[in-house]
Ligand binder design. Structure first.
Ligand code: ATR
Length: 291
């Protein structure tokens, strides 16, 4: 059973995914199903937000208790939470590492100034990899791409002790990324350098939009797999990108973006539940109708 908007009562707390676009987000389905399954009277909506400067006004007109933040607002969401914060410990360390937040939760703790920001993409990304490979410390890893998604990935890997190299079409963006994450400058490369690498990588992570949807392209067609690599593509539609297909055929272990999506959503749901717990809206009796 999934609660629908017209079944929600006005006093129910509201959660939302905020971004532009949001129509294709799988988050509403994930969170509404969990609210329903766990008998929690809350509703989760896809809300298109063109400018993040409208966030405060939005949160005043609807009883918004938490939000998933998506493209293009992740950096603004962190800046917002830092700006309204009063004390020092107001954001999750993963958000500070990535320089971006994918989660906002209303907070009554004084030092948060109203909103707490965190980033569950990092844990969502790392967990499947750690389950497959165990301790990641010291492993040689190539991150393909240097956009917003690559930042969370690279920062998380670096914090886990991984040797991170970033390969991007525009090399200057790879240089900015490694500088911002505290990774050695010589670990920033152009995309074409990947095929010329002398030592193979233990892990390759694909974070660009190449191969998404119906795109038949592989971002690194010149790169030959040894078959020993773990290849992780964070794209979740399709579940097997052309790159993953080629990696699997070469004998590599592969992880797709659906794993990361599920894990980051579960971590986000824990933050939302903690907020509902603070409000004493969960942890009580199950729904009386047994439905
Ligand atoms: P996101 O937040 O999803 O990471 P982004 O910040 O726009 O999105 O970053 C997109 C990434 O995909 C960048 O690394 C981009 O490379 P550039 O920095 O050179 O633009 C990469 N990308 C997009 N299209 C690409 C293509 N056709 N070939 C190679 N890389 C591509």
């Amino acid at each position: 059973e999934v609660y629908r908007v017209d079944q929600a009562r006005s006093e129910w707390p509201v959660f939302a995914v905020l971004g532009a676009p949001v129509a294709h987000s799988r988050s509403p389905r994930y969170h509404n199903e969990r609210f329903a399954r766990e008998g929690i009277k809350a509703i989760y909506l896809p809300l298109r937000l063109d400018s993040f400067s409208d966030f405060s006004a939005l949160a005043q007109v609807i009883p918004l208790e938490g939000a998933s933040v998506t493209v293009p607002h992740k950096v603004s969401a962190l800046s917002f939470a830092v700006a309204v914060a009063v004390g020092a410990r107001t954001c999750g360390t993963a958000a500070l590492r990535a320089g971006a937040a994918n989660t906002l939760v209303r907070s009554t703790r004084d030092e948060c100034g109203g909103w707490y920001a965190d980033n569950t993409d990092e844990a969502g990304f790392l967990e499947p990899l750690q389950e497959l490979r165990g301790d990641l410390a010291g492993l040689r890893t190539a991150v393909i791409g240097a956009g917003g998604a690559a930042r969370a990935v690279a920062a998380g890997l670096f914090a886990a002790g991984v040797e991170v190299h970033v390969f991007n079409r525009t090399r200057s963006r790879a240089q900015e990324l490694v500088r911002d994450c505290g990774i050695a400058g010589e670990h920033a490369h152009g995309l074409q350098d990947l095929a010329q690498t002398e030592r193979p990588f233990d892990i390759l992570v694909q974070t660009t939009s190449v191969g998404m949807g119906d795109d038949p392209l592989d971002p690194i067609p010149q790169y030959t797999f040894t078959g020993e690599e773990i290849v992780y593509d964070i794209i979740y539609t399709p579940p097997e990108t052309p790159l993953l297909k080629r990696a699997r055929a070469a004998g590599c272990k592969v992880i797709n973006g659906q794993e990361m999506f599920q894990r980051q959503a579960a971590a986000q749901f824990r933050l939302f539940s903690a907020r509902l717990g603070e409000l004493s809206l969960i942890g009580g009796a199950p729904r009386s109708n047994g439905g």
